[in-house]
Design a protein around this ligand. Structure first.
Ligand SMILES: CC(C)(COP(=O)(O)OP(=O)(O)OC[C@H]1O[C@@H](n2cnc3c(N)ncnc32)[C@H](O)[C@@H]1OP(=O)(O)O)[C@@H](O)C(=O)NCCC(=O)NCCS
Length: 152
């Protein structure tokens, strides 16, 4: 596990870096407008290693449910365990805020994200047909859920 890791809330002046990372990491990255809205409505977190931005995640809390809306690690930093560390941090935060379950959607073709979620303890609970735009037209979303356990 990388130890010199910090997490902090995302601010408007982080968005240039966040959008640049997403342009590299995603086929369909979030837009600035989506992030402007996310900063007002959701919990947006930055992950830093040696004070450098390496990833981020966005959580929406609805009563005692967390919804993971976005998670990304910079392409050149992937495959080192940072994605799992970020996911664990976001889930701990959600649990500490009273969430007992987390839901997310993932592209059916996104095997690395799917494996990451499975490693954490997410299970596939459903499928939304043609939910995402894709190069071929549309692709399905897999819906996943995990129970969150309080550390107390
Ligand atoms: C999905 C994503 C967040 C995963 O981040 P990551 O930092 O690469 O995740 P991890 O390093 O924890 O795990 C990735 C792989 O590295 C492996 N790994 C982890 N630590 C490792 C280490 N120290 N040495 C070698 N391999 C390692 C894991 O076993 C895993 O392997 P697998 O994919 O074959 O199962 C990242 O790929 C990403 O940002 N993708 C683009 C955006 C995206 O798709 N987000 C999800 C939207 S739903």
């Amino acid at each position: 596990m990388t130890s010199n890791v910090e997490f902090r809330r995302m601010h408007a002046d982080d968005l240039d870096q966040v959008l640049a990372l997403e342009q590299q990491a995603f086929s369909h990255p979030w837009t600035r407008k989506l992030y402007d809205d996310a900063l007002l409505s959701y919990e947006c977190w930055m992950m830093l290693v040696d004070h450098q931005h390496v990833g981020h995640g966005v959580i929406n809390q609805v009563l005692d449910e967390a919804h993971l809306l976005n998670i990304a690690i910079a392409v050149e930093q992937q495959g080192k365990g940072l994605g799992l560390q970020l996911l664990e941090y976001l889930m701990q935060r959600s649990s500490a805020r009273g969430c007992v379950e987390c839901f997310l959607e993932v592209r059916a073709s996104n095997h690395s994200a799917y494996r990451l979620y499975e490693r954490f303890g997410f299970n596939e609970i459903g499928r939304r047909r043609d939910y995402y735009p894709s190069a071929e037209g549309h692709e399905d979303a897999l819906v996943m859920a995990a129970t969150l356990f309080s550390e107390e």
